[in-house]
Design a protein around this ligand. Sequence first.
Ligand SMILES: Cc1cc2nc3c(=O)[nH]c(=O)nc-3n(C[C@H](O)[C@H](O)[C@H](O)COP(=O)(O)OP(=O)(O)OC[C@H]3O[C@@H](n4cnc5c(N)ncnc54)[C@H](O)[C@@H]3O)c2cc1C
Length: 541
Amino acid sequence: MPVSLPNNQVPDCLPDPWADDPLLQQTLAGCDHTQRSRLAAFGQLLAGEEAAGWARDANACAPQLVSHDARGERIDTVRFHPAWHALMALWRREGLHRMPERGNADGFLARGAAFFMAGQLESGALCPTTMTFAAQPLLASSAYGIAWLPGAAADGYDSRDVPWRDKHALVLGMGLTERQGGSDLRGNEARAVASDDGSYRLSGHKWFYSAPMADGHLVLSRQADAHDALSCFLLPRWRRDSTRNGVAITRLKDKVGNRSNASAEVVFDDAEAWPCGEAGRGIRTLIEMATYTRLDCVLGSAALMRGATAQAVHHARCRHAFGRTLAAQPLMQAVLADLALETEAATRLALALAAAFGRADALSLAWRRIVTPAAKFWVCKRAEAVCAEAMEVCGGNGYVETGPLARYFREAPVNSIWEGSGNVMCLDVLRAVRQSPELAEVLLADLAAGVAADKPMRHALGELQRLFALDAELLQARARAVATTLALLVQGVLMRRGAPDARADLFVASRFGEGGALFGALDADAATRTAVCAGLYPERA
Ligand SMILES: Cc1cc2nc3c(=O)[nH]c(=O)nc-3n(C[C@H](O)[C@H](O)[C@H](O)COP(=O)(O)OP(=O)(O)OC[C@H]3O[C@@H](n4cnc5c(N)ncnc54)[C@H](O)[C@@H]3O)c2cc1C
């Protein structure tokens, strides 16, 4: 006999990351109609069952290394589920891989918005997409790389494993990290020796080499004919003579999250490579590229926060316990409102940062150089906490693989680790302030104007200035305090300038006063608590 079981479980939630997000629409209000319509159409696609299936399948069926063919010849190929290719093609079609023109702040903002929307669906395929995006300024400035630019920027996606000259669309990766260290790259040992034809032969290894199927990687290596200084090289997957390049994939990493994406360990055996950027300035060249990937870490982490909080709010609105919905329980309201505020501040920061990348005034340059590492540190860290708390809102269902929360939760820490781990970002804030005091001055002046009417934020700004005056060793020890305070001040000012008063008041009071360490300690009345979620996560009619 079939048994009929009671079931008050919550229906699936497939939010439309454009139509269901008033904050995103408001932030993009100044962009032209075409950009907004495009984002609206993208949102509908992301909210569909098919896209959700791609995200699920690409992660459930992780890429497989096929090192040799049937005859025992090395092929060093990675086989992906078709869902991976569908995601890669979709991100390309939406232009997430394409660098907007310099000076086009709306272009950067629209791309940032699209990236933020995409990150609510799936993060793994965004990794090679980001690297392709970030590589373009470097390709454009290199005699060899310039020929790659049209393919890197092309709209289509070409998954064929053939020489790059035969392809209409190219994917780029980055190879910096060796066993000796990813933060302190000065220990790199890969070595490139010049050939007669202008190319180099590269030997050594990389300990992390994501997207090993990319058409080319920008690799950090010692350059034998430049006193073994570290230089940047473009290393194609195929040699000029159409044979496979000397890159052996030792294994694929078995990662906590980011499972759809392949991250390899590789060994270079006389791999053909071409100089890219100035000889001996490889670290600087690749760190400039990483400024863009760090922007995407901030956008991607804000996306995880938005995706996770949307799931939590939906669950709480549908689920009943103790005689009413969870969303009607005062304590749960406090948790949800706090998650929503944190996500709002992260979203505002991420999108403002994206727009700043498209401007050349002093304040935007200060954002790009000083706020980027602070935001990368803070938003990526907060994403971990938000994803964990949102998971708990969904109870046991949050902890199983049937919804996206488990994937968000596993994904969140990687944004904090790669492209410069947390501490390294905090130290970079100090370095940026030291190297560009004039930009720091512009940034601090803008913050001072923004916090003028807020006593707790004024106090925090004073504390930040006091920290900057510490001697170097002490300051290093307080670098997390510096980056945290700076990021919070930037968020507080953005909230003051853009959010309704009630939300800005709540953010400032909780982040610069009582509460803030754990979600749900907000001091707010019932009307305010519910208004926060209603304003940011409106219920569909
Ligand atoms: C999924 C994944 C994919 C990746 N893909 C790539 C890729 O495609 N290409 C690539 O080049 N790399 C890649 N990486 C590597 C990544 O960039 C490095 O792991 C990261 O930079 C940290 O380097 P590490 O692992 O050697 O740790 P370490 O450099 O040993 O650092 C360990 C810890 O020490 C901290 N630390 C370091 N220096 C200091 C200091 N002076 N003071 C205080 N704390 C400090 C760091 O913040 C970190 O928390 C990937 C990593 C992951 C997880």
